[in-house]
Design a protein around this ligand. Structure first.
Ligand code: 3PG
Length: 218
């Protein structure tokens, strides 16, 4: 089983995908991979979400496919059975914090306050999703978390753009950013895989140009 940190090390950028037609799943995953984004998560917000995870896991085996918008333990196990390599939630419930810590796949709970962060850390999580990042304080909030919680690393999602992603990843406590900017619904609907590949490539190029901290500090 991969650990959450292995996923982030493999791909510090995760594409957040809300798939309405399962036929989009494989070509979308391939376009992201070719553009340099090797990790993606399918949100459990559409009826075909689990099928889309299955298709990506089977047909694009080099992609790291996770499942997000996990709202219950039942969702978590369904994601595992579908072939997700990790699961993530926008927030954290007592049930999910308890079940997720010993689940058969790594689980990333979400937090947006110091109190929620403490509840997750207390149960053993030190890799946590900061959601909704932009609305909940963005980079200044992550800088504020770094003081009392230097042991916690974040995956930030929610309102992040290609332009803002380098600012998040420049924070020593941020190991990953994610977002739907990598798969705009109109492009997915139109099957414009070249355009999606270009967004992925531009995102990765911007990140490699941006001033980054040495990885050893992360
Ligand atoms: C998520 O589930 O992480 C978010 O929906 C991604 O947020 P975004 O759509 O604002 O990028």
């Amino acid at each position: 089983m991969m650990r959450m940190e292995d996923v982030f090390a493999a791909s510090p950028v995760i594409a957040v995908l809300t798939i309405t037609d399962v036929r989009h799943a494989a070509p979308l995953a391939r376009a992201l991979m070719v553009g340099g984004v090797g990790a993606m998560e399918v949100t459990m917000r559409t009826p075909c979400a689990l099928e889309a995870v299955r298709v990506i896991a089977d047909e694009v085996p080099d992609a790291l496919v996770g499942c997000s918008t996990i709202l219950s333990a039942r969702d978590l196990y369904a994601a595992y059975k579908a072939g997700a390599v990790y699961a993530a939630s926008p927030g954290s419930s007592v049930e999910l914090l308890d079940v997720g810590i010993s689940a058969p796949l790594p689980y990333l709970p979400g937090i947006s306050t110091a109190t929620e962060l403490m509840a997750a850390y207390e149960r053993g999580y030190d890799h946590i999703k900061f959601y909704p990042a932009a609305a909940a304080g963005g980079v200044p909030m992550l800088k504020a978390f770094a003081g009392p919680f230097p042991m916690v690393k974040f995956c930030a999602t929610g309102g992040i753009t290609r332009q803002s992603s380098p600012h998040y990843l420049a924070q020593p406590n941020v190991v990953c950013v994610g977002g739907s900017w990598l798969a705009p619904p109109d492009m997915v609907e139109a099957g414009d895989w070249d355009a999606i590949e270009n967004i992925a490539r531009s995102t990765i190029d911007d990140l490699s140009l941006a001033p980054r901290r040495p990885r050893t500090q992360g």
